[in-house]
Design a protein around this ligand. Structure first.
Ligand code: ADP
Ligand code: MG
Length: 521
């Protein structure tokens, strides 16, 4: 068997820019480490890209994908699903050609992290509760959506847990009807022959649900069988994949006690030892002021950030994003994490929202404080009225010690190999508060959350599984009743474990590169 190992690519597709966006002068990306001279030893050196060796289970997925198979990659938080997806994208772009590989995710935040687009945007289906025939009509009327569906050879969908069963079924139907020329519907190939690479963890956030279903399993009154909700309940789910695989090696945390605790919470299980550990994180004292406060509701996040910013009583600097592209694609950028308007001042707590240099800890989720707003050379940074105060950039002292003038970065929305929208903005957000929804996928060093306020399945797990160690976890409102996994999800994952739901936090045992696969009949 051929083994592969790949280097991380911090960000993809800078070179694949369509003519419309290829205005190098306007969008020139300043050479990154200009701060070196000014900030002496603190400034990072040219990024190195050491090779990260894929685990056997990750290699198994890579082999399957290279053989043209469709895969579902699952596993708990921090097992490297998104990391593996990034490697597969690079590989498949070489195999199929960039223009036929489409990268999507269920949310704008997850799509931005992969420089992809939301699944809704890709599909061209718009919003609203309509049946699959109406959705197909919409796609047929949309020339560019029709083109995408016909052209795509490999389709990625990350954070699948937030895609519901109806949508998954409808998309399969649309793909089959648009792509396959067979006369009879029954002879058409599943997904019209598209190679599907789907990733996510159904124990994390579920599809958007109505209020009445929060923390209650959905059972329709009419049918005993229950309403379909999760994508794995779609009729076509098993037929969509050649292989379904659960990654078991956790990379985000290294403490086996914490891994074991999180594995339990993921499955809605907690014992007295686990609760004791969590209670140890509820000190009753004020949490570390540098800890990010996670809230289930975005309104609380905005309120806290605004109040804290105002309470500093410092001069506010406003950074307006520079956008290019059609309105509908720019709208997607707005639903992502990159703010169209960012307000900063000295003392503001901020979080980096782009992986700038992973080997210097300058990664998505790194937090720090703005210590100065520094005048920079307009020529070097091409500020173009980006900042309300001219050519000024924030100097951030990151919590791990590094000081850095944070320069504008570029995010793109890709449609195949076309850049359809770009946003240039300082890669920071205010970080006193953050929503649990937006933090799915992130790693945080310190967080504080009030567990009594969570209202849906997976929220406790998503919130807690962001930290690397228990030292960074500050809790309040610990309510064991909120630690709950949906029975349907538990049943689905039983397939991967041959019926056992054992919890084992020791990576050296449970994650000893043993791959649990479920091959559909
Ligand atoms: P997930 O999407 O499953 O939550 P991520 O893809 O975000 O997890 O990965 C979590 C961390 O694990 C990242 O920092 C990533 O670089 C690291 N990682 C993933 N695979 C490996 C590997 N084979 N070796 C070392 N680190 C890895
Ligand atoms: Mg992920």
């Amino acid at each position: 068997m051929k083994l592969f190992s790949f280097a991380i690519t911090a960000c993809r597709h800078y070179s694949s820019q369509s003519a419309a966006f290829n205005n190098k002068k306007k969008w020139a990306k300043p050479f990154f480490f200009k701060n070196k001279k000014k900030y002496g030893g603190n400034a990072p050196k040219t990024p190195r890209t050491p090779k990260i060796k894929l685990t056997d289970e990750q290699n198994q997925v890579m082999d399957a994908v290279c053989n043209g198979q469709s895969v579902f990659i699952t596993g708990s938080a921090g097992t490297g699903k998104t990391f593996l997806v990034e490697q597969i994208i690079t590989k498949l772009e070489r195999i199929h050609g960039r223009s036929t590989v489409y990268v999507t995710a269920s949310t704008g935040v997850a799509a931005c992290a992969l420089n992809g687009q939301t699944l809704h945007c890709f599909a061209g289906i718009g919003l609203g509760d309509v049946d699959r025939e109406q959705l197909l009509d919409r796609v047929l009327l949309d020339r560019s959506a029709r083109y995408r569906w016909r052209k795509v050879k490999a389709l990625f969908i990350d954070e699948i847990s937030m895609v519901d069963a109806n949508l998954f079924e409808s998309l399969e139907y649309i793909a089959r009807m648009i792509r396959d020329k067979e006369e009879s519907v029954s002879e058409k190939k599943v997904w019209g022959g598209i190679q599907l690479i789907v990733s996510g963890d159904f124990f994390q956030l579920p599809p958007v649900r109505r209020k009445s279903f929060f923390l209650k399993p959905t059972v329709s009154k009419k049918k005993k069988k229950g309403k379909k909700e999760y994508a794995f309940e779609a009729d076509c789910w098993d037929a969509s994949f050649d292989i379904q695989i659960e990654l078991t090696m956790v990379f985000r945390q290294s403490d086996s006690l914490l891994i074991q605790l999180l594995q339990g919470i993921r499955k809605g299980v907690h014992d007295s030892d686990g609760l004791d550990l969590l209670e140890g994180c509820c000190s009753g004292y004020e949490p570390d002021p540098s800890a990010v406060r996670l809230f289930p509701m975005i309104a609380d996040v905005n309120k806290v950030n605004k109040e804290k910013l105002e309470s500093l009583n410092e001069e506010i600097y406003v950074y307006n994003a520079q956008d290019l592209g059609e309105e509908k694609w720019v709208r997607q950028l707005n639903s992502g994490i990159v703010p169209d308007s960012l307000e900063l001042c000295v003392g503001a707590r901020v979080m980096l929202i782009k992986n700038i240099n992973p080997w210097r800890k300058l990664v998505n989720g790194a937090t720090g404080t703005v210590i100065e707003l520094c005048k920079v050379s307009e020529k070097e940074y091409e500020m173009n009225d980006m900042c309300s105060h001219g050519s000024v950039l924030p100097l951030v002292k990151f919590d791990f010690g590094l000081e850095l003038v944070v320069e504008p970065e570029i995010w793109v929305v890709m449609d195949g190999d076309n850049v359809v929208a770009r946003r240039r903005q300082v890669p920071l957000i205010l970080a006193w508060g953050l929503s649990i929804h937006k933090c799915q996928g992130m790693t945080l060093d310190k967080l504080h959350t009030d567990l009594s306020r969570v209202f849906d399945f997976g929220m406790v797990y998503v919130a807690l599984s962001r930290v690397r160690s228990l030292n960074g976890l500050y809790l309040s409102g610990l309510d064991p009743k909120k630690i709950k996994a949906h029975p349907k999800v538990l049943e689905f994952y039983n397939k991967f474990n041959g019926g056992s739901n054992e919890i084992d936090g020791d990576n050296s045992l449970s994650g000893s590169n043993e791959t649990t696969t479920h091959k559909p009949k």
